[in-house]
Write a protein that binds this ligand. Structure first.
Ligand code: PMP
Ligand code: GLU
Length: 397
């Protein structure tokens, strides 16, 4: 075996793998409908693109400060003040190449081998591998559909051991769309303070919440809780900027300095042009977010109605993000031409080959009874995709 133990301990990102498979099927001429990868299907707003062009034309094409240009750090600080009533200094924030990279840097800077990190399931696919790559141990704590897939303070407390160092919270959640309320966040914060553990609050879907419900960051609970919290956010989802690779973190300056050190020895600064575009995104008009949210909401409602109309399928109402996470286990142990569908992977494989519809199996998020739909695709496509799924399910015996 040539590759390191570290590489052998993880798998490639399943969401990105499914996206690659759908793309290659399309290139081979297959008409694939993808509910696979989670990225907005909208263009990056024009004023943001214009700023990137201007930066390029003006020669802003060299190395920058490793942790981000001061102008961008200030725009991030202002965003926290404006949106979350949180105040940070420049040395408490840093910019990396996407939210995923921020999490990677944080795990490298905070965790030691043997540390335990509590990850509520269903979880975003990259949390456990990022923890493993830092030599620490993910501790998965299941949540149920009946509790809207939210971690309760009781199950958090039960999972804590003397080795627990960190909890990863994600609201709105990928893949369930669940949004924690203020009181639910406060109850978790009490446990965090009681056991003096750190918390990562992954707020990348902060702006994608439906029905005018408010967003609560755990860092807002109190100064004491804020001092134990690393907020992670990014531009990918809010401004349809997945390819630009800009994410940011805010939290304890000592760890931010450690993350900057890791970054200085790995990627160096995030792309200079994308940083300028990010300043325009954070400081400029925010109306594109509302337009995107309205489109997502329309799709969410349609998708939910259709999913809950399929025999044996049920789906909780996602309060945010652009995912639905329905239970498809009714179809386990059914057969197609002698082959038995045993789990979410078999079902997604079947729907991809039979119906040419790409979905992510729930097992990738730590719950095998479910399947994830990303509805970052047009209404007509969603309709056609569901028609195909219903046809294909109808062939199972
Ligand atoms: N956190 C969650 C929950 C996500 O779904 C994503 C999407 N990939 C990210 C972080 C990171 O996104 P990015 O690296 O594009 O900023
Ligand atoms: N977060 C998105 C998803 O879950 C993008 C892919 C990825 O980075 O994993 O599909």
């Amino acid at each position: 075996m040539l590759v390191s133990q570290r590489i052998r301990a993880i798998k490639p990102s399943p969401t990105l793998a499914i996206n690659a498979k759908a793309v290659s099927m399309r290139q081979a001429g297959v008409d694939v409908i993808s509910f696979g990868v989670g990225e907005p299907d909208f263009d990056t707003p024009k004023h943001i693109r214009d700023e990137a062009v201007r930066a390029m034309e003006e020669g802003f094409t060299r190395y920058t400060a490793v942790g981000g240009i001061p102008e961008l750090k200030d725009a991030i600080i202002e965003k926290f003040r404006r949106d979350n009533n949180l105040s940070y200094e420049r040395d408490e924030v840093m910019v990396s190449c996407g939210g995923k990279h921020v999490l990677y840097n944080l795990a490298q800077a905070l965790l030691n081998p043997g540390d335990e990190v509590i990850i509520p399931a269903p979880y975003w696919v990259s949390y456990p591998p990022i923890v493993v790559l830092a030599g620490a141990d993910p501790v998965i704590v299941g949540t149920g559909e009946a509790d809207d897939f939210k971690l309760s303070p009781e199950s958090l407390e039960t999972a804590i051991t003397p080795r627990t160092r960190l909890l990863i919270l994600n609201s709105p959640s990928n893949p369930t769309g669940s949004v924690y309320t203020e009181s639910q966040i406060e109850a978790l914060a009490d446990v965090i303070l009681k056991y003096d553990i750190w918390v990562v609050s992954d707020e990348i879907y902060e702006k994608l919440i439906f029905d005018d419900r408010p967003f609560w960051s755990i860092a807002q609970v109190s100064e004491e809780v804020k001092s134990k919290t690393f907020v992670i956010n990014g531009l990918s989802k809010t401004y349809a900027m997945t390819g630009w690779r800009i994410g940011y973190a805010a939290g304890a300056r000592e760890i931010i300095a450690g993350m900057t050190k890791i970054q200085s020895q790995s990627t160096s600064n995030p792309n200079s042009i994308a940083q300028k575009a990010a300043v325009a995104a954070l400081n400029g008009p925010q109306d594109s977010i509302q337009a995107m949210l309205r489109a997502f909401d329309q799709r969410r409602k349609y998708l939910l109605e259709r999913l809950n109309g399929i025999t044996g399928v049920h789906c909780n109402v996602p309060g945010g993000a652009f995912y639905a996470f329905p239970d498809f286990s009714y179809y386990f142990n059914t057969k197609m031409e002698g082959t038995t569908i045993k789990n979410s992977t078999d079902l997604c494989e079947y729907l991809l080959t039979e119906a040419h519809v790409a979905l992510v199996p729930g097992i990738a998020f730590g719950d095998d009874n479910f399947v994830r739909f990303s509805y970052a695709t047009g209404l007509e496509t969603i309709k056609e995709g569901l028609d195909r799924i219903e046809d294909a399910l109808g062939k199972l015996v």
